[in-house]
Every structure is written in structure tokens, then in C-alpha cells.
Design a protein around this ligand. Structure first.
Ligand code: SAM
Ligand code: SF4
Length: 334
């Protein structure tokens, strides 16, 4: 029996996020600059190499795999990777295979995803206003995303909407977004904007809308019950009694959740980030390419987990941005 992956703070690592590309067909204002420089394609791990790495993690006890990016569905041949990963669902080694997507390619891929055993997906939608959507994503079009969500539902996928809480941008849509999700039976999670990638300090602080404030605004219309549910992830949940909806709040700024962190993140070049909010990473590409022996890779993974830090240092409370990472969110995968 393989020993589980346990980090220095006694947290079991059972969840891997894999960013399969740093590229995207959108340029969300809080995630990327308008003119991003992407990695040369030659730097990327092949899908076969990503398979070898992800499979090594699964042998070491990872039970949940989330495919992300950049936009995962723009990576060429990505369905081959999902098909390959579905074999781990079939053996029971993997409990969940899922993805986070901007939804633009779902009409094309939703059925294939369902056929690979994907049951739930996260789709990012920050606004339901066409014009605002085009502004915040720079390159995205809302009708295409809504059609993608519809395709996902038709394929039997459960959809969770992720919305980044953005001051002065979607504050006025809090109830619209909530009611839309209630009506269409989507789960909904709000996320505080994190200081990842240099967007200019003033800009980041201007974007930040605390979820404590968002919760207070929800309480003006709904009776809120805080739920004890923790899915091992960063979200805390509350229930709106009037609709029965469960809403997730991801609050890296107002309430640190690192003590229960169960995850690590692999980039498309084989860098393993033990924490989203720290710069420290381990290169898994070198050991992967150095030897066909998977024991070499497993050894490198165990060594990396021994360096998982206690938590991130994001902080805006002094009206300056602290703990910012040089990497954009699209590099590590959200
Ligand atoms: N392209 C896919 C998407 O947008 O869902 C997957 C990758 S994206 C980086 C993953 C999630 O990170 C999205 O929900 C996005 O809104 C969120 N995100 C990006 N930049 C962020 C930031 N600076 N702070 C908080 N969330 C961010
Ligand atoms: Fe692309 Fe997702 Fe980043 Fe938006 S949040 S630019 S969709 S990677």
C-alpha cells in the first residue's frame, strides 16, 4: 500500500489541479493583461506527459482531479486527455474528474466531457449583462457562454457558476446572479479577487469587493443560515432560506482557509505549485523527462509536498496590496 501524501502541517493532499494551457480565448481584466505573452508551445508538456504526471499523483492518493488553465478547452486534443483520465474513474482510484472553464467551448465539448465521466463543471460568469461581459472578458461574448451552459445541462452536467466579486462592476448584479442560479438550479460561488500578476496596485484595490460586505447585502433580502459543510476546499457555504440555495464564498482576503488546504497545482510546463499564493514551486518536468521510471517522478512529488507552505500572504487590509504573486492566475490555474 502506497503511503499517502501528507504535508508538513499534517494535511493530506488528495486534490490536484492541472493547468493544461496558459492560453485563453478571453482576456479577463482581473486575470490577464490585454497583451499577454504566452509560453512558447515547445515549453508545454505533451498530453502523454501530463497523463504520466497526473497518474503518478493518483497512485499517491489524489482522488480529485480538476482540469483548468488558461482555458482548458482551447488546448488542442484536450479530449484525448480527458478520455485517458477517465480510466482512473473506471478503476475507482479517482473519485472525481472535473474542470473549470469560461464556457466558450462547451457547446462543442459538453457531451464528450460527460462521456468521459465528468459530472460537474465550474463555469465562470461574472455578469449577465452582454456589454459588461464583453468589457470584463475583453474578448468574450455572453450568449456563447450561456449557450455553452445550456449544452452542459443538456449533456447532464451539473453546473456551478463562479463569479469574482468586483467592486463597482457586479455589485449591482448580486441579486440578478443569485436569482438566475436559483431559477436554473446552478450552484453559485463568489470569489474575492486575489493579487496575482501585476495589474497595478491601485487597480487591484479598486477591484476588491469583500465577501463580508457581499454577505451583508445578501442578508438585506434573504434569511441566511451558515452551513457547516466543508468540501475540503476553500469555500464556506451559506443557505438562503427563501430559495433553499447553497452559496459558496471563497474568501482568501477576509477569512484565510489555508488550514484545511488539501490541494496542489500543476502547470502546463510541469511546475508544481504547493500553494496558489506563494512563489515556491518544484520542477517535475526534469525528473519526468530524465527517466521512464515512474518511481523517479513519485519521489520528486513526495519531496515537493514536504515543502508545502502553511498558507498564502494575500492582504489588502492596510490599503496596500501584500502577498502579490508575479504569476497571473492563468499560469497556475484557478
Ligand atoms: N478559464 C477558466 C475560467 O475562467 O473558468 C479556467 C481558468 S481561470 C484562471 C479559473 C478561475 O480563476 C476563474 O473562475 C476566474 O474567474 C478566477 N480568477 C482569475 N483571476 C483571478 C484573480 N486575480 N482573483 C480571483 N479569481 C481569479
Ligand atoms: Fe481566461 Fe479564465 Fe483568465 Fe478569464 S479567468 S482570462 S477565461 S483564464
Amino acid at each position: 500500500m502506497t503511503a499517502p501524501l501528507i504535508d508538513p502541517f499534517a494535511r493530506a493532499i488528495t486534490y490536484l489541479r492541472v493547468s493544461v494551457t496558459d492560453r485563453c480565448d478571453f482576456r479577463c481584466a482581473y486575470c490577464m493583461t490585454e497583451h499577454m505573452t504566452f509560453l512558447p508551445k515547445a515549453e508545454l508538456l505533451t498530453l502523454e506527459e501530463l497523463d504520466r504526471l497526473a497518474s503518478a499523483f493518483i497512485r499517491l492518493g489524489v482522488e480529485k482531479l480538476r482540469i483548468t488553465g488558461g482555458e482548458p478547452l482551447v488546448r488542442k486534443g484536450i479530449m484525448t486527455f480527458f478520455e485517458a483520465m477517465s480510466r482512473h474513474l473506471a478503476t475507482g482510484a479517482l473519485q472525481e474528474l472535473t474542470l473549470t472553464t469560461n464556457g466558450s467551448q462547451l457547446r462543442k465539448y459538453a457531451r464528450d466531457l460527460a462521456a468521459c465521466g465528468v459530472k460537474r463543471i465550474n463555469v465562470s460568469v461574472d455578469t449577465l449583462n452582454d456589454t459588461k461581459f464583453a468589457t470584463i472578458t475583453r474578448w468574450g461574448r455572453l450568449p456563447q457562454v450561456l449557450d455553452g451552459i445550456e449544452a452542459a445541462r443538456e449533456a447532464g452536467l451539473k453546473v456551478k457558476i463562479n463569479a469574482v466579486a468586483l467592486k463597482g462592476f457586479n455589485e449591482d448584479e448580486l441579486f440578478t446572479l443569485t436569482e438566475w442560479c436559483a431559477r436554473d438550479h446552478h450552484d453559485l460561488t463568489f470569489i474575492e479577487v486575489m493579487p496575482m500578476g501585476d495589474m497595478g496596485e491601485a487597480h487591484r484595490l479598486d477591484q476588491y469587493w469583500s465577501l463580508d460586505d457581499l454577505r451583508a447585502q445578501l442578508a438585506t433580502r434573504y434569511t441566511i443560515t451558515d452551513l457547516a459543510d466543508r468540501t475540503g476546499g476553500p469555500a464556506r457555504y451559506l443557505c438562503l432560506n427563501e430559495t433553499g440555495q447553497r452559496i459558496g464564498l471563497i474568501t482568501p482576503l477576509t477569512h484565510n482557509f489555508c488550514e484545511s488546504c488539501n490541494r496542489v497545482r500543476l502547470t502546463c510546463t510541469g511546475e508544481l505549485y504547493m500553494c496558489l499564493g506563494q512563489e515556491d514551486m518544484a520542477d517535475l518536468r526534469a525528473p519526468l523527462r530524465a527517466s521512464p521510471d515512474d518511481a523517479v517522478v513519485e519521489h520528486a512529488i513526495r519531496a515537493a509536498i514536504r515543502h508545502k507552505p502553511k498558507g498564502h500572504d494575500f492582504d489588502y487590509s492596510r490599503q496596500v496590496v501584500a502577498g502579490q504573486t508575479r504569476r497571473h492566475m492563468s499560469h497556475t490555474g484557478g
